[in-house]
Design a protein around this ligand. Structure first.
Ligand code: FE2
Ligand code: FE2
Length: 278
């Protein structure tokens, strides 16, 4: 690959079966349409809405994803302990509160002559119990390590607070190619190139069931929040929304030239019936 720029697709939290099927539907189409070089996708909700299994991880990778990022639900499905230390290109937040697994806290993937580094810190605000420390405390050392191999670095900042995410964008402006938010499952319309060349969006949004409360059946959440009665949460079904951004990065400098936000819909009732997924 000898080229001046690369195009990187970043997909927001893939939620359950409908998210998986929407991913499989759109990745090949978008690879052709945008001439994508790399694809990064957040898989923390793919297994029934909580966590990830090896079967789902392989399906995500087979769909054309190069790196799977996770989040606060990284370790929620115990299946992950069977494969997190494997060579699969899947990374964990470096500041997640758990000493149960090693896993990879960053990764560099290569295609042709071009390498892309990825890290996936967890936000501190509203998730204090899930983190070992603030993501601001150690992120520069991870970036410095990745810079030994490449100038093209994508940060999937998995955080709740919009303020913390924008602050991270400015903190890393000029240091990385992009800071893209995940976790809230709600896409924000603030995509931009920050003053020193870092692409930014507060949240990419979820890839999963559209008629839902952040992926869950609305009836379950209504029962819980309105009637104060617990109703087991189930993933919603039906029409899916695919949320992502396409970022174009200058290969030599690692600075971003453009960020485009995608919001695409997919109706697939038949595929849901035929699918063997959870
Ligand atoms: Fe999350
Ligand atoms: Fe999520």
């Amino acid at each position: 690959m000898s080229q001046e720029t690369v195009k990187i697709l970043c997909v927001g939290d893939i939620f359950a079966k409908s998210g998986m099927l929407a991913l499989e539907h759109y990745i090949p189409k978008l690879k052709t349409e945008y001439q994508l070089d790399f694809v990064i996708a957040n898989g923390e909700n793919v297994a029934g809405g909580v966590g990830i299994t090896k079967r789902y991880a392989k399906r995500i990778l087979n769909a054309g994803v190069d790196v799977i990022t996770l989040g606060n639900h990284a370790l929620s499905n115990i299946d992950i302990y069977k494969f997190i230390d494997s060579p699969l290109p899947i990374i964990l937040p470096f500041n997640i509160s758990s000493n149960k697994t090693k896993g990879k806290e960053s990764i560099v993937v290569k295609k042709g002559d071009v390498k892309v580094g990825v890290i996936n810190p967890l936000g501190n605000i509203f998730m204090e119990k899930m983190v070992t420390d603030s993501p601001f405390d150690r992120i520069i050392s991870y970036i410095d390590n990745l810079k030994k191999e490449t100038n093209i670095i994508i940060v999937d900042f998995h955080a709740e607070a919009t303020s913390e995410k924008k602050t991270m964008g400015y903190y890393l402006d000029g240091e990385v190619s992009a800071v893209v938010g995940t976790h809230t499952h709600v896409q924000t319309s603030d995509e931009q190139i920050l003053p020193n060349g870092t692409a930014f969006i507060t949240d990419i949004g979820m890839t999963g069931p559209y008629d839902s409360v952040i992926g869950l059946k609305k009836e379950c959440v209504l029962t819980w929040l309105v009637k104060k009665e617990f109703s087991p949460f189930k993933p919603s079904t039906g029409r899916a929304v695919f949320h992502a951004v396409v970022i174009e990065v200058d290969v030599e400098t690692g600075k971003s030239l453009n960020i485009e936000r995608l919001k695409l819909f997919f109706d697939f009732e038949k595929e849901l019936e035929d699918s063997e997924l959870d």
